[in-house]
Design a binder for this molecule. Structure first.
Ligand code: SF4
Length: 236
């Protein structure tokens, strides 16, 4: 199966602007696009730059824009793509080189919502238990691999870089919904500002882009409801 990989390239040491370069690549229908990128780097152009790590959809490193959509190169089969495959860096983040973007603004947003369990109560003799029903509430959001496919697909984030974005809001919801966590009020304060959950317009690009099939918009809606309830209570 012959493909043309059209790759948006940018080398800050040589280029004034991004440019396109085409590479012919042979791939079996069950091979992943990441295999083609690795082969291109190994045998055609060693300067081609992209991130990858686990190559099995668990680390999120190879997130990039492929044929107009943010997705993981390791989860996209050659047989599911047309002959021309267009690769671009993830939208909405500064480009470092070729398909590598600066993820720092993304992780700053994640850090800003306290992405950890808060509980100052005395430690139990074993783990802090959860019932199956309590666990059920966080089963979807704990599968997030922080790939940024959702945030990079969000038109609200494209227009407002201060917006927390879908991934940070999913992370906030993951702990707000955790029965063991005691930091819910502080976390709801963090997501209730002008650039928080209420900024979401329910466009659903995030849901479509998520490689872990997380219902991102549902989690943001939960935060919207909870921040609204708190606001109403405060107004009384
Ligand atoms: Fe990636 Fe989905 Fe997590 Fe967003 S919610 S960072 S798309 S795994």
């Amino acid at each position: 199966m012959d493909k043309i990989f059209r790759i948006k390239r940018f080398d800050p040491e040589k280029d004034n602007a991004a440019r396109w370069e085409d590479f012919p690549v042979e791939l079996g229908p069950h091979e992943r696009l990441l295999d083609g990128l690795v082969r291109t780097k190994e045998f055609t152009d060693g300067s081609l730059t992209f991130r990858r790590s686990c190559a099995h959809g668990m680390c999120g490193s190879c997130a990039m824009k492929i044929n107009g959509r943010s997705r993981l190169a390791c989860q996209t089969l050659a047989g599911d793509m047309p002959e021309l495959v267009v690769f671009e860096p993830l939208p909405a983040f500064p480009v470092i080189k070729d398909l590598v973007v600066d993820m720092e603004p993304f992780f700053e947003k994640i850090k800003s919502v306290m992405p950890y369990l808060v509980n100052d109560e005395p430690l139990p003799s074993r783990e802090r238990p959860q019932s199956p029903e309590e666990m059920e509430k966080i089963l979807d959001s704990i599968r997030c691999i922080l790939c940024a496919c959702c945030t990079s697909s969000c038109p609200v984030y494209w227009g407002d870089k201060q917006y927390l974005g879908p991934a940070a809001l999913v992370k906030a919801a993951r702990f707000v919904l955790d029965s063991r966590d005691r930091g819910g009020k502080a976390r709801l304060d963090l997501v209730s500002g002008a650039h928080g959950a209420a900024r979401c317009h329910s466009i659903y690009n995030c849901v479509e882009a998520c490689p872990r099939d997380i219902d991102v918009t549902r989690h943001i809606a939960i935060l919207k409801r909870q921040t609204l309830k708190r606001g109403l209570r405060g107004a009384r």
